[in-house]
Write a protein that binds this ligand. Sequence first.
Ligand SMILES: N[C@@H](CCC(=O)N[C@@H](CS)C(=O)NCC(=O)O)C(=O)O
Length: 217
Amino acid sequence: MATAVLTISSKNYSSWSLRGWLLCKMAGLEFEEKTVSSEDPSVRAELLLLSPSFLVPCLQHGNVKVWDTLAIAEYLAEVSPDAGILPKDIAARAHCRAVSGEMHSGFHNLRSALPMNLKAHLPEFSVWTGAQGDIDHVFAIWRECLATYGGPYLFGELSLADAMYAPVCARFQTYDVPLDAACAAYCETIMGWPAMTEWIAAAKLEPDELEELDVEF
Ligand SMILES: N[C@@H](CCC(=O)N[C@@H](CS)C(=O)NCC(=O)O)C(=O)O
């Protein structure tokens, strides 16, 4: 397999980096990580060369450069068709793309009100009511998927959807969001996914703190 490099940023804070990285792991891709701090102007210039959108994750695989997490997922599903990134059944595949697309383009209130911070535990955090609607919609998606496909992952086996919602599980743990039994079991499954525990362990060793994301809420 061609040499692959995945450009990411902070393991503690960057939920999109986490999603891209989980997808590479799911695809069984052998890859190197390149970590950039987009706060540093000289690094931003380098990042622009690596990722035309300025954003991470960005995957360089041989001569192929692909950025944007959904595009990376679709590319990896083509490179590793047996990895299960997309379900085999056409209806389940469409459903998986729909709930993954929702995560990619929506849930803005949830994402801004509950930033990913794997090192933190903020049990006193009060959820802004604007975010509660997003949280309830996540619960509805999870309950429907778990009931339809039987769990323990959203589509039975690990898929793109689990990579997309994994940072949400981490946020629910950080902010002690109350969960029903089905959603709690799903979060526990995701937080115990070996790739996830590997990422979290590395995040906890990261020295840098982004003060603006570490305020006490
Ligand atoms: N839609 C993009 C979102 C990527 C994104 O927002 N990445 C953040 C990190 S989580 C980023 O690179 N931000 C640039 C910056 O912080 O300057 C994707 O799906 O990959």
